[in-house]
Design a protein around this ligand. Structure first.
Ligand SMILES: *[C@@H]1O[C@H](CO)[C@@H](O)[C@H](O)[C@H]1NC(C)=O
Ligand SMILES: *[C@@H]1O[C@H](CO)[C@@H](O)[C@H](O)[C@H]1NC(C)=O
Ligand SMILES: *[C@@H]1O[C@H](CO)[C@@H](O)[C@H](O)[C@H]1NC(C)=O
Ligand SMILES: *[C@@H]1O[C@H](CO)[C@@H](O)[C@H](O)[C@H]1NC(C)=O
Ligand SMILES: *[C@@H]1O[C@H](CO)[C@@H](O)[C@H](O)[C@H]1NC(C)=O
Ligand SMILES: *[C@@H]1O[C@H](CO)[C@@H](O)[C@H](O)[C@H]1NC(C)=O
Length: 229
């Protein structure tokens, strides 16, 4: 009887289907919660390409891999991204899921127009960082881990342009980027969340109105995620 019971208990372990990710992706177990749409298993992959600070290019690279933009949800996932970056000599930050919602962007423009600070960690309501300041392409990651890695709350990069007879135009970096740091011995904050201008750095010669993003860090890789096979 005891032997039979043991047999039953071990069957699921032996025949339990192995969770597999497609080539280029790495499997992670996640703790399912309402914040990650009850995700138990997730595949993360880092894909290099040029000019991924252009959000539509980053988004397209993920789509081509049958995935979406994604984010690390915990230190283990962040360390995987760091190890990949080291192995592939990527020192730049990675494009990551998250873009300021149009409603919150409108509030940032208003604050810029009025010369006021907009601190997403301090504002109440919808546009608080921990609420819906960022919208995500994908719902399978709880962004709290990455949010805690901002050293300066977003929005944190701005530009504006005006000249005679033209409207004054405001810009801020509305897309999320994530830069893992690999320090296995000691790091209390191994990783930085950052923002980038979603249009990307200008290509070639541009007029002064359109060169607001020219000084931003290049982004040459993107964090994509998908369900296992
Ligand atoms: C994406 O999915 C399609 C349809 O299942 C498949 O044919 C294709 O090989 C996949 N592409 C990649 C890069 O995984
Ligand atoms: C790594 O990247 C740096 C800076 O982009 C470059 O100078 C160096 O040659 C690269 N090393 C390898 C091994 O590719
Ligand atoms: C933003 O607000 C948070 C919460 O009130 C505060 O701790 C932080 O110092 C503020 N940061 C800036 C740059 O104003
Ligand atoms: C959450 O997961 C369920 C079940 O897989 C799916 O039907 C739903 O569309 C997901 N929600 C979002 C916001 O993606
Ligand atoms: C590890 O980091 C903590 C917090 O920054 C610091 O207090 C401590 O001195 C560090 N330890 C080492 C060995 O660097
Ligand atoms: C954040 O982005 C700015 C502009 O691209 C860059 O200068 C800065 O080094 C980045 N910070 C981090 C921590 O990656």
């Amino acid at each position: 009887m005891v032997a039979l019971l043991l047999l039953f208990l071990t069957i699921p372990a032996v025949f339990g289907k192995d969770v597999q990710c497609p080539e280029g992706f790495h499997h992670f177990k996640r703790t399912p919660t309402a914040k990650n749409n009850h995700t138990k298993d997730w595949c993360l992959g880092i894909f290099p390409a040029d000019r991924l600070d252009e959000r539509d290019r980053a988004r397209s690279v993920c789509a081509n891999n049958n995935a979406t933009l994604s984010l690390p949800e915990n230190q283990k996932e962040s360390d995987f991204i760091a190890a990949f970056s080291t192995k592939h000599n990527i020192s730049e930050t990675h494009a990551a899921d998250g873009q300021t919602s149009p409603r919150c962007a409108a509030r940032v423009y208003k604050a810029m127009k009025e010369n006021r600070d907009f601190n997403s960690s301090a504002v109440k309501g919808e546009c608080n960082l921990n609420n819906r300041y960022f919208l995500f392409d994908n719902a399978n990651t709880d962004p709290a881990f990455v949010f805690a890695k901002f050293s300066y709350p977003p929005p944190n990069q701005f530009g504006s342009f005006w000249s005679a007879n033209e409207p004054k135009v405001y810009h801020f970096a509305a897309c999320l980027a994530y830069s893992p740091q690999f320090n296995p011995t000691n790091a209390t904050n191994p990783g930085y969340a950052n923002t980038s201008y979603c249009v990307g750095r200008p290509i070639g010669k541009v007029d002064s109105e359109h060169d607001f993003a020219s000084g931003q860090q290049e982004i040459k890789s993107v964090i994509c995620g998908r369900h296992p096979l």
